[in-house]
Design a protein around this ligand. Structure first.
Ligand code: PEP
Ligand code: MN
Length: 360
């Protein structure tokens, strides 16, 4: 990879005193809708006006976007409001049309990032551009795929790069539409500390009332900006209705977020501390979820033992687990004493669960 410092020039040049804000509807629906929302966002913190023109839908038959016609509406947005414009591109033709219509920021959607063929086609079509290009994470939690897309764009001499974290799909039920898996974004940030990192709480949550909390976590983790889907009539939006907010709500969210931007040494220290604490919160949350998952599996074993009338405790199996975990613990910098105490507590909880099941 080339010097990643260069990649953030576009963001530094904006000299913002708040996180970068990309807002606008999930989809451009009508000229009137696009212009109305833009006018309501004109005198806010919004830096780029987004609208999906070509909509990748999971299954055919849903609204698939107005197509190139919508690019004319975005041009009008720029003329009438001065807002810079942003849209998703998913192939060479999209790129050519977006460039013809002077779209300022192009993003690659989650469904495209999964395909190196598509990413390469887009990179070739954009070769050498000075437009801003943002890469959404792939649909599946696969960091190398995300990195690969960034590298392809970087190799095509696209200087003004950034990434958008929009969460990852999961087969398991979750309170999110797309699980944040914050650790993946944190790892990307650690590898490319200069690459602007934008959070998309709309697609992570799928629900407008969760957007604030996810945005706050993102800012605590030092994200550089937010992409928030915004619509004048969210409930009647033609796509992603449940996750869009009104322009008024967007302004309120931006006002309420705790934004740390001071640069004195004390503030620096606090920033770092907050960032690390936010990372701890993410890991703690994962720990609890994993322990819950483990306990569910133990419950399943309890049911089986009940059917076969087998005793809850099999000490041979248990000693094997302990021995294995002590070794793995030591590989991960954990003392034997700690691993033993931890696993005894976990084991006790499993036994309690299984006792309950067997004696039901
Ligand atoms: C979008 O931003 O409207 C979109 C389709 O997002 P994603 O690629 O993250 O699903
Ligand atoms: Mn959307």
């Amino acid at each position: 990879m080339k010097n990643t410092k260069e990649m953030r020039t576009w963001l530094d040049d904006l000299q913002l005193n708040h996180p970068l804000v990309i807002a606008g509807p999930c989809s451009a629906e009508t000229e009137n809708q696009v212009l109305k929302i833009a006018h309501e966002l004109k005198d806010t913190d919004v830096n780029y006006y987004r609208a999906g023109i070509w909509k990748p839908r999971t299954r055919p038959g849903n609204f698939e976007g107005v197509g190139a016609l919508g690019l004319k509406w975005l041009q009008k947005v720029k003329e009438e409001t001065g807002l810079k414009t942003a849209t998703e591109v998913a192939n060479r033709t999209h790129v050519e049309l977006a460039l013809e219509h002077d779209i300022d920021l192009l993003w690659i959607g989650a469904r495209s990032t999964v395909s190196p063929f598509i990413v390469q086609e887009i990179a070739d079509a954009l070769k050498g551009t000075d437009k801003i290009v943002l890469v959404k994470n792939p649909v599946n939690p696969d960091l190398p795929l995300w990195l690969g897309a960034i590298e392809r764009l970087n190799s095509a001499d696209i200087k003004n790069l950034g990434v958008i974290h929009r969460g990852f799909s999961t087969y398991e039920k979750s309170k999110y539409r797309n699980n944040p898996e914050w650790q993946i974004a944190i790892e990307l940030q650690t590898r490319f500390p200069d690459l602007p990192l934008i959070n998309d709480p709309s697609h992570i949550t799928g629900k407008r009332d969760m957007i604030f909390d996810v945005s706050q976590t993102a800012l605590d983790l030092n994200f550089d900006g937010l992409m928030i889907e915004t619509h004048v009539d969210p409930d009647n939006a033609w796509s992603d209705a449940a996750q869009q907010v009104t322009p008024d709500r967007l302004v309120q969210i931006m006002q309420d977020l705790r934004i740390r931007k001071e640069t004195d040494p004390e503030a620096d220290y606090n920033n770092q501390l907050n960032n690390l604490r936010a990372q701890i919160d993410v890991v703690d949350h994962q720990l609890i979820e994993l322990l819950g998952k483990r306990m569910k599996v133990a419950d399943g074993i309890g049911q089986l033992k009940k059917q076969k009338n087998v005793a809850v405790l099999q000490s041979k199996r248990w000693n094997e687990i302990l021995g294995k975990m002590v070794l793995e613990g030591s590989d991960n910098g954990l003392s034997e004493e700690f691993v033993l105490r931890l696993f005894k507590a976990i084991h006790q909880e499993s036994i309690n669960h299984q006792e309950k099941i067997i004696n039901k």
